[in-house]
Design a protein around this ligand. Structure first.
Ligand code: KIV
Length: 279
């Protein structure tokens, strides 16, 4: 049976009722179809695209055009899941106008339901401008990979009082500015739990413990379709790299040994026609 389209009020209702929200990244049509079939509530086309699909060393080089291209493919594979598009580095920081235009492109050209951007209280005015333009926003605080250089690496954030308070204040400012969702990446579980209780917006954790309103993982980490070490915060449910490697190895061996293609993979032709060919 077809599920109904997941909406922002549905996500608030799930928070209210304590029903956990499942979020998964996807970057292409088959990934979206798989996420949809699994019953995922929210699909995020993250700029982790850079790491897991494009073979880059981070998210900073990812462009708007690349995000739009992948978002369109994912949109075609979804029926009911809510779709969030990640605004890439420098697509929203330079000016409010640019932030609105790029967010608008994600809705207009790629069919997103919401955009996501990184940053705390300093991004509140930008969030307000995007929301005022009628575009829903998901914030992202804690380990924000677009600022990895400033953060000094991929490290847990908010472990001491000052940095934890900054995250609390940031979350409140972003909510005040109109964000409906917020991602907590790599922050202590107790801090994520405290903020989740203190805010009305829907909190989604990755490396933020079990008490957020929902959880997000990267598609390739879940399926083991990656050459990178599974991060501590992720759980690998399958080793698709090994399984796919073995299947592809078998294909190469069969081509070399003449085992593929078999007669069943070919198309018949009247031998009389073959006989008349001028060769
Ligand atoms: O880019 C991404 O995939 C993300 C998630 C890890 C939250 O931002």
């Amino acid at each position: 049976m077809d599920r109904k389209q997941v909406t922002i009020p549905d996500l608030y209702q799930m928070k209210k009722e304590g029903r956990k929200i499942s979020v998964l990244t996807a970057y292409d049509y088959p990934g979206a179809v798989l996420a949809e079939a699994a019953g995922v509530d929210v699909v995020l086309v993250g700029d982790s695209l850079g790491n897991v699909v494009m073979g880059l060393n981070g998210t900073v080089p990812v462009t708007m055009e690349e995000m739009i291209h992948h978002l369109k493919a994912v949109r075609r594979g979804l029926r009911s899941a809510f779709l969030i598009g990640d605004l890439p580095f420098l697509s929203y920081q330079v000016s409010r106008e640019q932030a609105i235009l790029n967010s608008g492109r994600m809705l207009k050209e790629a069919g997103c339901d919401m955009v996501k951007l990184e940053g705390g209280a300093e991004m509140a005015e930008t969030v307000r401008a995007i929301v005022d333009a009628g575009i829903p926003v998901c914030a992202h605080i804690g380990l924000t990979p677009q600022s990895v250089s400033k953060l000094g690496g991929y490290k847990v954030q908010g472990k001491d009082l000052a940095t934890a308070q900054k995250l609390v204040d940031g979350a409140k400012a972003l909510q005040q500015a109109g964000a409906d969702l917020i991602v907590f990446e790599c922050i202590p579980s107790a801090l994520a739990q405290a903020i989740t209780k203190a805010v009305e917006m829907v909190t989604i954790g990755i490396g933020a413990g079990p008490d957020c309103d929902g959880q997000v993982l990267v598609f390739h980490d879940v399926l083991g379709l990656t050459t990178r070490k599974t991060p501590k915060m992720a759980k690998q449910y399958l080793n698709l790299m090994d399984l796919a490697g073995a299947a592809l190895g078998q294909y190469v061996s069969e081509v070399r040994a003449g085992g593929f293609p078999g007669p069943e993979h070919g198309f018949a032709m009247d031998p009389a026609v073959v006989a008349q060919l001028k060769l």
